[in-house]
Design a protein. Structure first.
Length: 260
């Protein structure tokens, strides 16, 4: 396996039924790095994001993947892998917070309990550690057994992140995780991402160019050039270069707001 590369994508294409929506994507996603995926609405950003934990299979009756998607050297579409374990290792945080209608405590322990048995003391420790990693512990430690749905939107989103951390995920996929949040909550999520990248590989889809520039180290720009054509990876580089000196005029036009 290449040193420093967590996910390797080669000649990737994706079909919904007979409709090809992504084509010819090649990129290496680095460990312990935040990678932003940007592009206009409808260009397949979320579809590409869901590639990494095979969640497209849950959302489309008929879908086809071309090429290779290797995580730690293992092609997750060609080799016989445990999909449940893959989705544990590659966790997902959605656009809108989606806590279970359970207590804060039960939200955090739900995933771990699916994988093995724990003693009460182990679960207590797991909850505390996961909520601390998600920068939520101090706000909820006195109300762990109250409904998670009573939390604010920003707190609910951090709880969802804690849920991912509780099952020992290695990669965290974030699909516009702050788009439904107020600016203060958004900043907390961004600060949290910056802390988490030391121990996790994070891939974020965002429409917010300022957010991509603030939080990520690498940026990928997807674009569907003509309606009905599959989207392509136009440019993938260091975020600073993408936003200050892009190598493709189409990238420059998008990030400066000329279209999209």
């Amino acid at each position: 396996m290449d040193d420093g590369i967590k996910i390797k994508v080669r000649n990737y294409g994706f079909y919904y039924g007979t409709v090809k929506v992504l084509v010819d994507i090649d990129m290496d996603i680095l460990k312990n790095t935040i990678t932003a995926i940007i592009g206009p609405s409808g260009c397949g950003k979320s579809t590409f994001l869901r590639t990494f934990n095979k969640m497209n299979e849950l959302m489309a009756n008929i879908s086809t993947v071309e090429g290779e998607v290797r995580i730690d050297g293992v092609d997750i579409y060609k080799e016989n892998i445990d999909t449940v374990d893959l989705r544990r290792r590659v966790g997902m945080v959605f656009q809108r917070p989606n806590p279970f209608p359970k207590t804060i405590y039960e939200n955090v322990v739900y995933g771990p309990r699916l994988h093995k048995k724990y003693r009460k003391q182990e679960l207590d420790s797991l909850v505390e550690n996961s909520l601390k990693k998600a920068a939520l512990w101090d706000e909820v430690k006195s109300k762990l057994h109250t409904p998670a749905l009573d939390l604010s939107g920003g707190q609910q989103q951090r709880l969802c992140i804690a849920r991912v951390l509780a099952v020992d995920s290695e990669v965290i996929l974030m699909d516009e995780p702050a788009s439904a949040l107020d600016p203060i909550s958004t900043q907390k999520i961004e600060d949290l991402m910056d802390e988490l990248k030391d121990n996790y590989t994070i891939i974020i889809v965002t429409h917010n160019m300022q957010q991509a520039a603030r939080v990520s180290q690498k940026t990928a720009f997807l674009l569907m050039e003509q309606f009905g054509e599959p989207a392509k990876l136009i440019e993938y580089d260091d975020t600073n270069k993408i936003f200050t000196n892009p190598g493709d005029k189409r990238t420059e036009n998008y990030i400066t707001g000329r279209f999209g």
